[in-house]
Design a protein around this ligand. Sequence first.
Ligand code: HEC
Ligand code: HEC
Length: 413
Amino acid sequence: MRLIAAASIVFILTIAFAVSGSVSATSPQPDPVKPEPVRAAGSDDGQAIFRFDTFGDEQLWTDVLRMHEAIPTVDPATALSVGLKVDVDALPSSVIEALRRGDVDLTDPRVTIELLRLNAVVGVKGTVNETGQLTSVGITCALCHSSVDNSFASGIGKRLDGWANRDLNVGAIVALSPALDDSTKAEFNTWGPGMYDPRHHAFDGTNIIPLNSPSLPIVIPSIFGLKGVGFETFTGDGPISYWNSYVGVGQMGGHGSFSDPRIGLSITQEPDLVTPKLAALLDYQLSLRTPKPPTDSFNREAADRGKDLFRAQARCSTCHQGSNLTDVSSGPDRRVPFLHDPAEVGMDPGYAARSATGRYRTTPLRGLLQHPPYFHDGSAPDLLAVVNHYDSLFGLQLTAAQKSDLVEYLRSL
Ligand code: HEC
Ligand code: HEC
């Protein structure tokens, strides 16, 4: 996209609102390009909760981290470069036109504030007062677990809920906080895009409590295709709502309660703005389907051969079994997850040791093309690296052609 320093979006938006205001006042014609109205977050609307509910986490992002002071220095080009996404459906048509013409100055931080005022930054909610000042900021689930289809430009498009934001550099964003000391900033800056460490600290409503050090960032996973899986997270700590509560309260900083004696964490905050929303949030997450890979993105015949290998010689299906390709619910008691010791799958035990189970869940394989790198720590940059990992771990002695067939099968999932 062309960057023109001349007209600022503030000006364009002023025009846009003036125009649309006068149109609706004088013309009986309905506006054909009006976006779908944004539904207010309520306890019965999982999608709105997922996209727009901060659960009161402004108490962390504004009151403690003071991100509302840092964000006004960040121009949109920088915001896009740390992986923040813009929801094109939230932009008035006049702004879309201005962007198309290159009349929006993406190096002007005031544009960032305008985008927040329009509620167009995926997963970030800002409050902007009449004088154009950002007075508070909070985050939603969509920050990490939604992306956009880039249909307008890179980083700008229609929302893709459930798709991991693999570009999002949470560490770099949080490190902008004026409230953190240099060593904490330096640590967060090592995480890199698409990674986050949910075991490093927790927020109890007042203080950031250290949990584990040094940080061991893990891959932000996609959360589509989880229906019927049973236990969530890489370490199978509990069902979806357990983890939603863990993150909503302790990581996002929402005003609510979470307690798990297994990891020695107990946070109580009344009123609880998280727990009553978990059911609707769960329904919405379970409704998110795995995207089908484009038919031209893999070779069907090779994938068929790879499927046979997966089930026989390569022994993948001993663990990746059933319709979700995981054995997590195959134990004798359906309420207890079936997990694997790190050594069994050649994984680093460090992260698991910080979880409630100490072990890893067989990841349900879905939409793999969409979210490299693979394994909880991102240690496999691509699917061939995954296959090579198992080939040497289990001494499978697969030929190069077999490995490539197996990769084609994984690409087809
Ligand atoms: C700051 C980034 C971030 C935010 C915000 C966030 N998550 Fe996550 N989420 C993660 C990471 C990282 C994991 C991986 C944790 C693990 O598996 O141990 C994860 C795991 C999950 C999983 C498990 C996926 C699986 O394959 O089992 C679900 C479901 C989920 N998150 C839903 C949510 C919901 C709902 C919210 C809002 C309440 C939310 N997340 C907010 C980063 C985030
Ligand atoms: C002993 C059980 C077991 C076997 C056998 C096994 N896996 Fe896995 N698989 C796991 C576990 C556990 C994980 C999660 C490891 C992690 O994230 O650290 C995993 C993760 C994966 C992932 C990463 C998914 C993601 O979204 O990051 C892929 C891909 C995968 N396995 C493919 C295979 C293939 C291909 C084979 C056969 C060559 C295979 N697995 C054999 C247990 C197994």
